[in-house]
Write a protein that binds this ligand. Structure first.
Ligand SMILES: NC(=O)c1ccc[n+]([C@@H]2O[C@H](COP(=O)([O-])OP(=O)(O)OC[C@H]3O[C@@H](n4cnc5c(N)ncnc54)[C@H](OP(=O)(O)O)[C@@H]3O)[C@@H](O)[C@H]2O)c1
Length: 228
């Protein structure tokens, strides 16, 4: 299956997902606020990754556009923007180009304004996944992949011998089936469908645990495994 994907976000998640999808033969446009500004960056990003232009040179098959161009291109759209501004980024993408589409949401509602570790901007009785679904009711939001490091998202086999878990939340059964098929193409085997989009409250609240594990292990390549 060759699908047109629009990836919103030029951080490590957007780039990693875009490269993996392209390597699987999909047709990918990655979106940013201002393509010219993004291409003109010469400094490494805040996490020390090379500037976008250096990555683009290695991945000429992935085209760069605005958020709107990426959303318009995608039959499936991926939200890989900073959680605190995801709703703004999706507004820039444009509701019309999200309507009727599967919208894979990988964002986490992290608030870094009070230092490390970040806190959650929304929790308990609501989630960012739900906020996105409410704001874009015609999009089919599927929350997944946000509970692990970006490199593990697209290559779970890195953790050899450990069948570990990815969660899926969303209201639309067909959209979740599409996303599950995509996850299988990345190599995932233990995929747990938690239910409707309100179940994203649970997985988004795993982030404080993930961050403490990262602090303790000093290593980002680990994951949750549900033994049953
Ligand atoms: N890093 C990981 O391993 C990881 C793992 C799990 C989940 N996540 C989640 O995945 C998402 C992406 O993470 P990331 O580390 O790849 O990148 P990030 O630094 O969290 O986000 C980068 C993206 O956010 C956009 N952005 C920033 N400010 C904006 C604003 N005011 N309006 C609109 N867009 C704005 C940027 O746009 P420009 O392109 O225009 O700069 C860029 O595309 C986050 O929600 C994060 O919590 C990350």
């Amino acid at each position: 299956m060759n699908v047109r994907f629009g990836i919103l976000g030029t951080g490590v998640v957007g780039k990693t997902i875009a490269a993996r999808l392209a390597s699987l033969g999909h047709d990918v446009v990655i979106g940013t606020r201002d393509p010219e500004e993004t291409m003109s960056r010469t400094e490494p990003d805040p996490y020390g990754n090379p500037p976008f232009g250096a990555w683009q040179e290695e991945h000429p098959e992935v085209r760069l556009g605005t958020f709107g161009e990426a959303a318009a291109h995608g039959e499936i759209v991926v939200n890989a923007t900073a959680g605190g501004v995801s709703l703004q980024a999706l507004e820039l993408a444009g509701e019309t180009d999200l309507n009727g589409k599967v919208l894979i949401d990988i964002s986490n509602p992290l608030d870094f304004s009070r230092g490390m570790p970040p806190t959650l901007l929304v929790s308990n009785t609501d989630s960012l996944g739900e906020q996105i679904q409410r704001r874009f009711p015609e999009a089919k939001v599927v929350k997944t992949l946000h509970t692990m490091n970006a490199y593990l998202m697209v290559d779970p086999a890195q953790l050899a011998g450990a069948e570990h878990t990815v969660f899926v939340s969303g209201d639309d059964a067909e959209a979740k089936a599409t996303v599950t098929e995509l996850l299988r193409s990345f190599g995932w085997t233990d995929i747990i469908d938690l239910g409707d989009i309100t179940t994203a409250r649970g997985t988004e609240m795993l982030l404080p645990v993930w961050l403490r594990l990262f602090g303790a292990l000093q290593e980002p390549i680990f994951n949750f495994k549900v033994v049953r």
